[in-house]
Design a protein around this ligand. Sequence first.
Ligand SMILES: [Zn+2]
Length: 79
Amino acid sequence: MKHLLYSITEPVVCAKCADEFAAGGTGSHTLQSYIRVDVGFSTRGMQVWCQRHAVNVVHIDFEDARPNADFRCLERKVN
Ligand SMILES: [Zn+2]
């Protein structure tokens, strides 16, 4: 179940947001806090959409397959 904890190795980011953040003056301390995206299913697969620029970040076409998806929320125990 460890895969349900944070395991992102390559973040998906909007190129326009990344360029603006790199240029400075966004007022955000991290690119992660600057980016605002919607993530969801489409009729073809899954899409990441940049709210700030109203552009597609990535659309993953499932090509009519149904990949396994796990929506359970796991929280790391704090002792
Ligand atoms: Zn953007």
